[in-house]
Ligand binder design. Structure first.
Ligand SMILES: C[S@@+](CC[C@H](N)C(=O)[O-])C[C@H]1O[C@@H](n2cnc3c(N)ncnc32)[C@H](O)[C@@H]1O
Length: 273
């Protein structure tokens, strides 16, 4: 991911993935018919996604949640995935994100929902995670932005109830010079951290999905470019283009993997205070 950030720095997308950048992204994406079409084509359904989780993976994630469970979703953006999870599992869910624009959109939508997910603006690095005693904490494609995996996992784990679990969706890229087996189950950076922390987990493989995702992301950002431009939303197309060449290259070289990690609570997590 460090190489991606270096790469996107020169693509006309200033401070990509910062809070200000995400605010601009969601301000535009929320109202953009072309962004909705892009998501339909690339993810298999429009939930204003900005991660890499397609509909198949999301259905699987929803199937893991239980009615009445107390769930926290971190990095929830404008809450469309949160809504989907609430509707398809019957869980009670709080979504948090540091984009105040996205959280305002999520709250506005939730007003009309019977199952009413709730939302809060929280910076996962600077702020405390609200609440405690969660049955499940979900993180879809946001753990990369929160610094050290070890510290992040410990911070999230501390908010679980005994017997709870974390469900983390994350990719692993094999960059030059990294170990050959880093893409294999049990060897990714996150898997290595979980092992160090003595956290038992299961790894569900969505590698074919994510490789397919980046090819489609690359193709549709270009084929819909004129439509984005006609809306005044070149920013959105350029945002996708800034990252998808790098990822498509990794997908085609087979140096990209994706897993959904279901991580169990352990009362003896090493290093947790
Ligand atoms: C790649 S997007 C994924 C969004 C959504 N989960 C999805 O799959 O479409 C990453 C999300 O993490 C949020 N994020 C990044 N850094 C964060 C931080 N320090 N605290 C809270 N949210 C953060 C962004 O605002 C964005 O909504």
């Amino acid at each position: 991911m460090d190489q991606l950030l270096t790469h996107t720095g020169g693509m006309g997308q200033d401070k990509m993935f910062s809070k200000a950048w995400y605010n601009e992204y969601f301000k535009r994406a929320y109202e953009s018919p072309t962004h909705a079409r892009f998501c339909e084509e690339v993810y298999g359904g429009d939930l204003c996604q900005h991660g890499m989780m397609d509909v198949e993976e999301m259905e699987f994630l929803a199937s893991l949640l239980k009615p009445g469970e107390k769930v926290l979703e971190i990095g929830c953006s404008n809450g469309r995935i949160t809504e989907y999870l609430a509707q398809n599992s019957g869980c009670s869910i709080l979504g948090i994100d540091y984009s105040d624009v996205a959280i305002a959109q999520a709250r506005q939508r939730a007003q009309s929902k019977a199952d009413r997910p709730t939302f809060q603006c929280v910076d996962l690095i600077a702020d405390e995670i609200p609440g405690e005693g969660y049955d499940t904490i979900v993180a879809v494609d946001c753990i990369y932005f929160m610094g050290d995996y070890d510290a992040t996992i410990k911070k999230i784990h501390a908010k679980l109830k005994p017997g709870g679990r974390m469900i983390v969706a994350a990719i692993q890229v094999k960059e030059d010079g990294e170990a050959e087996d880093i893409l294999k189950p049990g060897h990714t950076r996150l898997a290595q951290v979980l092992k160090t922390l003595s956290l038992p987990y299961q790894q569900h493989d969505f590698t074919p999905n994510v490789r397919n995702h980046w090819v489609k992301n690359y193709d549709y950002s270009r084929s819909l470019y004129a439509d984005f431009a006609a809306e005044g939303n070149v920013f959105l197309a350029d945002a996708r283009i800034a990252e998808n060449g790098w990822f498509k290259d990794h997908a085609e070289r087979g140096t990209l993997a994706r897993f959904l990690y279901v991580i169990e609570y352990n009362s003896a997590v090493k290093g947790e205070s």
